[in-house]
Design a protein around this ligand. Structure first.
Ligand code: SF4
Length: 363
């Protein structure tokens, strides 16, 4: 997987000012840079504010450390290194800390491309945990990006997980179809593996992340097409990102293009208040809500099936609406089942970007 990971390589591909270079050198010591060749080709080299560029090229704002590193309680949901169990029915495996490209807004910025003890050490122990917990009906294999792992490792995951009778489906969270489409299009062994396992004992799903319609270029579309031919069901979760997709026209174009590609709109996530991310990628909730509603006006039923949600440490909270000075929310998924489906409100605040930025209402 050919990629750009040094400032020298970046300078050969994009125009970088000496000031930018000085800052970049500082940032990449803390959070590594990696951009695949195929992704860098999607960048408009003449536009320093290009949304594709913003997602992958570090900027000075990353030096702003407002926020947290773990905003959704991943630490407290960890049962074994690399295995989280937050929602009753779902186990989450962090299979690797590597990705083909490091997205600058990543909510696992604390670990991607860095030494970490948060990834899976002993797969057999994770399998034993899932086997014992019969309430788990699905496993999400994430990371990092599990599709950077060798095909034999992916095969081992499939082989073991497919023997657990109470699992209905297995999901792989990956941005490889966008970042390195050749990995899907050219790897026949991976294709036959996916096809073999989907629909035998379990169904295999791909959870991908496309944030901008320009990411759906010809090769990524071909990669998704290949996955569809391998009996994959593909769902997309985008992140609402300032300067990238924070306008209704872009988001509407994205959802329509996804549906046209055969990828189901699933979630649009509010960007989390992560250190080095919060200050330059978050959009205030009230603005986000308006963007989403204006987007929906341009969409049909299929392309607006997504929910606008926030992955809070207490659960997945849907942003439902605004009325009479309040914003209304509902727990779509709850860590504490007593909150499941709970509808609640918070006083409207024009700068709030996260639930905790809004004062609770006592009645
Ligand atoms: S591919 Fe996913 S895990 Fe990797 S950096 Fe991007 S958002 Fe984070």
């Amino acid at each position: 997987m050919e990629s750009i990971h040094t400032i020298e390589q970046l300078k050969q591909n994009l125009r970088i000012t000496p000031e930018e270079e000085r800052i970049l050198r500082k940032i990449v010591q803390k959070h590594p840079m990696r951009i695949t060749r195929s992704y860098i080709d999607l960048i408009d080299r003449h536009d320093p504010k290009d949304p594709i560029r913003k997602m992958v090229v570090p900027t000075i704002e990353e030096l702003n450390l407002a926020g947290e590193y773990d905003t959704s309680g991943e630490g407290e949901n960890t049962k074994l290194p690399g295995l989280q169990h937050k929602y009753t029915q779902t186990a989450l495996i962090l299979a690797t800390n590597r990705c083909a490209t490091y997205c600058r807004y990543c909510f696992r910025k604390r670990m991607v491309g860095l030494p970490t003890d948060e990834i899976l050490e002993r797969f057999s122990e994770a399998v034993a945990y899932i086997r014992e917990h019969k309430e788990i009906n699905n496993v999400l294999v994430s990371g990092g990006d599990p599709f950077v792992l060798p095909t034999e490792v992916i095969e081992q995951f499939m082989k073991e997980l497919s023997t657990i009778p109470h699992l209905d489906y297995i999901r792989f969270g990956t941005r490889i179809p966008i970042m390195s489409p050749g990995r899907i299009i050219e790897d026949e062994r991976l294709q036959s593996l996916l096809e073999r396992y989907s629909g035998s004992n379990q169904r295999v799903y791909i959870i991908t992340q496309v944030n901008h319609p320009r990411e759906l270029a010809a090769r990524p579309i071909e990669a998704f097409d290949t996955l569809l031919k391998c009996k994959m069901i593909i769902n997309n979760q985008s992140i609402l990102l300032r300067g990238v997709n924070d306008n209704p026209r872009t988001l509407a174009r994205l959802q329509r293009k996804l549906v046209n590609t055969g990828v189901n709109p699933y979630y649009i996530f509010q960007c989390r208040p992560v250190k080095s991310v919060k200050a330059h990628f978050q959009v205030p909730l009230i603005q986000g809500y308006k963007i989403i509603e204006d987007t929906k006006k341009m969409l049909d039923g299929h392309s607006k099936r997504f929910k606008y949600v926030m992955s809070h440490w207490t659960g997945k909270v849907e942003i439902m609406g605004v009325m009479d000075g309040y914003m209304y929310f509902k727990y779509h998924q709850a860590k504490d089942l007593r909150n499941a489906g709970r509808f609640f409100k918070r006083k409207l605040n024009n700068t709030a970007c996260w639930l905790d930025d809004m004062e609770p209402v006592s009645h």
